[in-house]
Write a protein that binds this ligand. Structure first.
Ligand code: ZN
Length: 439
């Protein structure tokens, strides 16, 4: 997430209460969102029937189900495949969650982070005022999601606890933060610290390199790319087209500044290049968050794949048009980190339109799961919400969106990423072998 949780969820309380269950995390966002006031009486009725306080009830699987059921009731549209029994009975909720898990068990989280640096982020010493804006955003989000110390809890250790052990995630692809001009000349998360994640869980993580912008000098950028590939064995890139240099940004289709980087990727065997698009946060310029530069570069580098992180939300229509009108395109992907979390809870109709547009125009083989955790703490509530989420029939009929069937969810959750990153899925791995292997 890269926007202020307390501004976006107006009803959210600015109190860090320490560890929360994943269900409490998700429920809190539903009730803090703009539907919150309408949802509350419904949720309270279920809490009363369960004999629990609202707070305690919302931390259970039934409480989370009740919040989603309330969305269906309040909007008169079926956004969630959730039953009355689940909202009433923890045992029923558990049973149904297990059944849903079987249908969609292989989960690749395309978008995960640690956010810590051993020397910390100290204003005026190694962090500029603008650099602190971003740290503050992430601190607030972490605290809201049950990490009492914000970014200081987004550690390598917690990455394992929250994402790899604490959720149904099979494989986590971890993403870098650069912006070194704002952080004392060193990347916000330096690659050597990030590499600790790969060392700890080599079979369950995929490491992306980043913090590269040609505005820091093209030859230096190419040199760093070499180091990332040769010394740190990165699997791909996640870059930002807005940056903290005086030029403020660049474009992937810049033939002088960017194409030499893609040529270098070709030589080094890097096939997948991701880019933050949409969510124009904090100190950065919104214009560089538009995805239009992916058009030419995707045509000019057919042997590379380009991944628009956050699905360019709120510019997802621009992204979708790059394939909707050019169906021949096979190397343009999207990822839903933060976009799903922020819309499903606060603007479910928008969530259905965003996912529907991506699935219809980019295609069901090109949309990938991501949660932007551990910025959002434990990602399990997002997994549960996506397992239950559906595109209401009115929208399927009126917009030609595909249904979000279990088959489509399985592709989005893991199969598309498995193909892109050459991962073996659980189904292909024999019983006696490690269940998940990242190649
Ligand atoms: Zn992110």
């Amino acid at each position: 997430m890269e926007f202020n949780v307390f501004e976006y969820f107006k009803g959210f309380q600015r109190a860090a209460n320490g560890p929360m269950t994943p269900q409490a995390q998700g429920s809190a966002l539903f009730l803090g969102g703009h539907l919150g006031e309408q949802l509350t009486p419904h949720v309270d009725a279920y809490a009363a029937r369960a004999g629990l306080s609202r707070r305690n009830f919302l931390g259970t699987a039934s409480g989370f189900a009740a919040a989603m059921l309330a969305v269906n009731k309040v909007t008169g549209m079926k956004f969630f495949d959730v039953s009355e029994a689940e909202a009433l009975e923890p045992a029923a909720a558990h049973e149904l969650n297990v059944a849903r898990k079987t249908a969609t068990s292989f989960i690749v989280d395309q978008h995960t982070h640690i956010c810590i640096r051993k020397d910390g982020y100290i204003p005026g010493v190694n962090t500029t005022e603008k650099g602190m804006w971003f740290v503050q955003l992430l601190d607030d989000l972490g605290k809201a999601m049950g990490l009492p110390n914000g970014t200081k809890d987004m550690t390598v250790e917690n990455f394992g606890k929250l994402i790899l052990e604490g959720s149904d995630t099979s494989i986590a692809i971890f993403n870098p933060f650069g912006f070194r001009e704002d952080y004392g000349g060193k990347d916000m998360v330096p690659i050597e610290e990030q590499a600790e994640v790969k060392q700890r869980w080599p079979e369950r993580t995929v490491m992306l390199g980043g913090g590269l912008t040609p505005n820091q000098g093209l030859s230096e950028t190419k040199e760093r790319l070499h180091t990332f590939v040769q010394q740190y064995k990165i699997a791909g890139l996640k870059l930002y087209t807005f940056d903290s240099t005086p030029k403020r940004g660049w474009w992937f289709d810049d033939q002088k500044l960017a194409y030499p980087i893609w040529e270098e990727c070709r030589k080094l065997g890097i096939k997948n290049v991701g880019v933050h698009k949409g969510i124009p946060f904090g100190q950065f310029m919104a214009r560089y968050a538009h995805p239009e530069d992916l058009d030419a570069v995707a045509d000019d580098f057919l042997d590379l794949n380009f991944i628009a992180f956050h699905s360019a939300w709120p510019y997802q229509g621009e992204l979708a048009a790059l394939k909707g009108f050019k169906p021949q395109r096979k190397n343009l992907y999207s990822e839903v980190g933060s976009t799903f979390a922020a819309t499903v809870t606060n603007r479910p109709l928008e969530c259905a339109h965003v996912l529907g547009t991506l699935l219809r125009d980019l295609g069901t083989d090109y949309v990938m799961w991501g949660t932007d955790s551990a910025l959002w703490g434990n990602p399990q509530w997002q997994i549960d919400a996506f397992r239950k989420f559906r595109i209401p029939d009115q929208l399927v009929d009126g917009h030609g969106y595909p249904q979000l069937t279990d088959e489509v969810k399985a592709k989005v959750f893991g199969l598309n990423a498995a193909r892109l990153w050459n991962l073996k899925t659980m189904a292909q791995i024999p019983e006696d072998k490690p269940r998940v292997v990242a190649v």
